[in-house]
Ligand binder design. Structure first.
Ligand SMILES: O=C(O)C(=O)C[C@]1(C(=O)O)C=C[C@@H](O)C=C1
Length: 94
């Protein structure tokens, strides 16, 4: 019989496994964004777009208690995205 910790960790493993594929898919789209921004001389940061996606995603979150943790999580996603774009753009300009 599995205890609660083992049961929870199994769920966590499944979630992390799904998330890595979604991360790969998101970052592939981000490299397309970087290419477009590079070609059209558009800055990486678009705060309006960030606010729009954050508020749209928060509408999906019915558990309001999780809001601040979701924002911490999503800020991490956005930071990784911006770092990746900057690295791709810098590499291209070398
Ligand atoms: O949509 C864009 O313009 C992006 O650069 C992508 C993205 C994101 O990761 O969602 C990243 C940086 C911007 O500040 C806004 C959004």
């Amino acid at each position: 019989m599995k205890n609660k910790l083992e049961e929870a960790r199994e769920i966590i493993n499944e979630v992390d496994n799904e998330m890595i594929y979604l991360f790969i898919k998101r970052m592939a789209a981000i490299s397309m964004v970087a290419e477009y921004k590079m070609e059209n001389d558009i800055p990486v940061l678009d705060s309006i777009r960030e606010d729009t996606i954050k508020s749209r995603n928060l509408e999906t979150l019915s558990n309001k208690q999780l809001e601040k943790y979701y924002l911490t999580f999503f800020e991490g996603v956005l930071n990784a995205s911006k770092e990746y774009q900057k690295d791709l753009i810098n590499k291209n300009n070398k």
